[in-house]
Write a new protein. Sequence first.
Length: 189
Amino acid sequence: MIGSSTGGPQALTSLVAKIAPVFDRAPVLITQHMPPTFTTILAEHLARASGRPAHEGIDGELIVPGTIYLAPGGRHMAITRKGGQPAIAINDGPLVNFCRPAVDPLFSSAAQIWGSAILSVILTGMGSDGMHGAEAIVAAGGSCIAQDEASSVVWGMPGAAANAGVCAAVLPLDMIGPKIVRLFAGEKQ
């Protein structure tokens, strides 16, 4: 799970290019604060950068490893079950943290579905979106990594998670990808 806002498109493009070894084992679900239409373009950029399929999540779509799912601009993306399988749920619910899409609905719903099998990442962005969802993930046994202040365009979102004490690590952007790869290879937090 990845959440980002201001400065996020560049950070996301950089990150997905560095986590290629992980894609065969796990899906990547992203909420980037963006209005409609822009997320379609961002998905295309992420597909090119990662060499993997990337698209806006579709309501009811089953979630599979090897794919990047991006919350559609202006709509929340959450995780639910469809026939016992994890699936995308898209909704037009109220703003969360003054945003739609918001990171918290994605993270909180994922915690209910996958529990301790979640690694969440909070990248650069204004506000505190993602902090409560990261708390839910950590409470379910998962973990959270936040981008550090020096490499963030705005350290609001990652700073809120770091200051809440829910992060297993706070790292520069260029170290997050290698850390994720090591974690999936079996390294302990």
